[in-house]
Design a protein around this ligand. Sequence first.
Ligand code: NAP
Length: 462
Amino acid sequence: MKDGYFIELTYLLASVLFVFGLKGLSNPKTARRGMNLAAAGMLAAIVGTLLHHEILSYELIIIGMIIGSLIGAAMSIWMPMTAMPQRTALSHAFGALAASLVGISEYYRHAVDLGETLPAYKMTALGFEVLFGSLTVTGSLIAFAKLQEMMRGTPFTYKGQNIINISLFALAAGIFIYLIFVPTASSLFYVMVGLSFLFGVLLVMPIGSADMPVVMSLMNSYAGLASAATGFAIGNNVLIIAGTLDGFSGFILSILMCRAMNRSITNVLFGAFGAPATDTGALIEGVMREVAPDDVAVQLAYARQVVFVPGYGMATAQAQHAVRELADVLEHRGVIVKYAIHPVAGRMPGHMNVLLAEANVPYSSLYEMEQINPEMNATDVAVVIGANDVVNPDARDNPKSPIAGMPIIEVDRAQSVVVLKRGKGKGFSGLENPLFYKTNTGMLYGDAKSSLTRLAQAVQQT
Ligand code: NAP
């Protein structure tokens, strides 16, 4: 009995630490502390679980922990920062697989092995766990394969796709409801598991790889809900609390990401975004003007204020250190340097913040879109580093554009704009960008990292 109290106490402590950890993650300044608190919470939960008398084999748990730790360490050591989205997709797949397996084994133990008739509440929890867990496993694996370019990243679509997907899910959900009333129908249980795995594949195949971060955040939410259901099924409070926190924070994150792209969740899930664009009515006028690094260096060296706008290209070029070096050279000359961060720049939430933090760019130099836009008129040079969609003025000016209404960083209002990109490649949306054709825009072609290094050298010699 005493042990029971102690275990519940560790679970309570773990839950409180998870809540404070999550709160810490809402701000870059407190994020590291938040991570540590959440990790301490996980330790408390593990200690509590290991004290549980129902544990049959400590040896198997230790072997599992060693294998898991080795996989986790290998993933974090060898996967580069740019592969963070697919790393997260794999983690979700593992987490969801664990939840599904617990659900399947619990069902097997009670309904098949012991021949018990599962009470409705337990069958509901188990069914929910297995349904959401299984679709998250295959959905996350497809997301991983698309992001890792192991399969085509463009949407895979065919006629009647949404109807087939919805019917499949309805069939799986129908079996789930039937099982609540007839829990002994074990073969139907396994059919439901198979349908859920299949549904995960079919749900994610039509979604373009660039929308994967939103999908993964949703999958995260499903995996959390599956864990919460596991908690109900096996009577574990910390799983219920942690799963619910995970489920709802993932859902809120998905909504915030969609809002920043001015799209709805249904458009992300069923819109097949990323397919070649048709008539977008892009307002293209003028010609692209190429500029030389030496000319840009003079502009930068004599500017009062320079704003860097990083995007996905900075991540692929791994140019964050080179940006910092150029900023140092400019600041040394008395130029005010600011970084404008668009909420969906790059391919995952906080992508730019993480990279710039890695290069020791101070947080006080990072400005959110709402803070920097009013300063654009007073900016001498806006340097766009591998960003495209997040600075596309069509989103603001052209109601026919697929990204119409998406808030942008309004670099076109600066005195002068320099765009660093390799060539005429489009952004994630696949749309033309009229910014590149404006008279106050110069194009500096080349890999962002080498362009920035050349600029820093040229500014030093100015
Ligand atoms: P973007 O629109 O995808 O454009 C990236 C640009 O970088 C490309 O035009 C490319 O042009 C250039 N580039 C690529 N590699 C480069 C390199 N090595 N050096 C220099 N330039 C390079 O990027 P963004 O402006 O950051 O916009 C992000 C997009 O992703 C938005 O549409 C957003 O809605 C979407 N999205 C974001 C998230 C998120 O959570 N952040 C999630 C889902 C979707 P070149 O090929 O010519 O070099």
